[in-house]
Every structure is written in structure tokens, then in C-alpha cells.
Design a protein around this ligand. Sequence first.
Ligand code: CIR
Length: 281
Amino acid sequence: VKELKLIAITRDVSPSIGRCELTHLPRVSIDVAKARAQHRAYEETLRGLGVEIVALPAEPALPDSVFVEDAAVVLDECAVITRPGAVSRRPETDSIAAALRPYRALSFIHDPGTLDGGDVMRVGRTIFVGLSGRSNRQAIDELAGIVGPFGYRVIGVPVSGCLHLKSAVTPIAEDALLINPGWVNPRDFSGFRLIEVDPSETQAANALRAGHGILYPAAFPKTRSRLEAEGFRIVPVDVSELAKAEGAVTCCSLLFGRSHRGHRMSKRGVGRERGRKGGDE
Ligand code: CIR
């Protein structure tokens, strides 16, 4: 089988990251230079796994803009530009829409919907969306309307105790999920092989599957051992500075396959965006 080239959109760490949104952690000072160095190493690690990096310049006025995952949901068939739950993060989406336009037809989430990409987990043709402090039922319904025609089933799942659905559960194989059962109900994911984080490593459920490897924070050795014992190939990355901003490994990239169809060439593409209205987008 010929493999699809993977692309990751990333964005440099904002110099204002110290003013990031915080929900579950106390504010501590973030070393911007160190955060940048770790972010570059993260990009390098993705490159090592065969991923092409499309790096956007830092946005000095947008503290959380390194966390590009929250601004869009990219599927093979389309990309959905979100409307982030935190008001301070809404201006992040314009530049992400511009970066995705060469690759995908775009659709948009509208007021009163709010959606963070960190709440959206696709496994096969199922898209789980966390009902968190950031994402609401209206956005789930709107997303379902956009992706339903492509054959996706969208399921809202309650999340409590953490920021996003993907703080609590992430895919590590076609049929396997890494999960913290304290923050989501494992019964919402019946049918999957579930691997639980080590109970002493509550933040450890966020892993990023890329190519043949799984990018995984160096901070969680016990859960890493569990994963390796189950045969998963772990590629550790040190993301300690961005963790102070409540970021983990999935949130720093938008990872997708280069479209087979050559979206730029297709008549359905540029200039025929669905649901683009004026206003707060
Ligand atoms: C926020 O609260 O929005 C940021 N400080 C952290 C966002 C992390 N995003 C993610 O895990 N998808």
C-alpha cells in the first residue's frame, strides 16, 4: 500500500505565552526560549517520522496560538475551522484557515457553537467530541451536519476534571485508546482496546500517533513502560515548558494526509467554502 505523505501545521511559540489561558494549573513563569527549543525538537521529531512540517510564524498578540490543534478539525475530506471556547483564542482561527485552504475545502463552526480541536477525537469513521468547558452541544450538532455527508458519526461524550477530551483519551492504534478513566467514562469507548494511564500520571493520556511512531511526553515513564510492554513504539519528547500552559503533544500540530485528489486543482475547492458568513470568524 502506498502511504499518504503526512503534513503537520505548527506555529512558533508566542512571546506572550506567559499570558496563556489556564484552567487547571496555577500560573508559573514559562521560559519562552526553552519552550521554543522544545517546540523545535517536537517538529524535528515529527520530521524524523516522515512528516512534512508547515511552520507558521509566531503570533505575538495571541498567547495560546502555538496550540494549533484547537483551531481546526482536519479530515481526509474537508477541514472544519472551529470557534474556540475561550474568547481570547478566537482570533487564532483566521491564519489557520488560510494555512489549510491549499489542502482542504473549509467549513466553519458558528455562534452559538463553541469547539476546541482538543475535544475532537476521530477513530475510523467515528468522531468523539468532548462536552468540556470549551465545546458545546450546538457545535457538536453543527459538526455532525458538516461531516455526516462524508459518512462520519459524531458522538458527544462527557469530560470532567480536565481541559479537553484528548487530555483524557487519545488513539494509539486503529483499535486502541490510551485513557485516563478518571476523566472520561471507559464505557463510552466500548469496542476499543483500552490502555489505562498509570494512576500516578494523570496527565499521561495525551499521545500523538504519527507515521510509525507515537510521540509521547518524557514526563510519564510509568505509562510509557505500560505502552512499550503492550508493543507500542514510543518516541519521547520533552514538552515540559508548554505543559505549564496546559499543552501536551497533540495540541501543537494539525496532522493530516496530503489529499490524493489535489484539492487546489478541484472545482469543489477554493472559493466554494461552505457556511462562511461574516461576523466573528
Ligand atoms: C488553553 O487553555 O486553551 C491553552 N492554555 C492550552 C490548550 C491546549 N490545547 C490542547 O490540548 N488541545
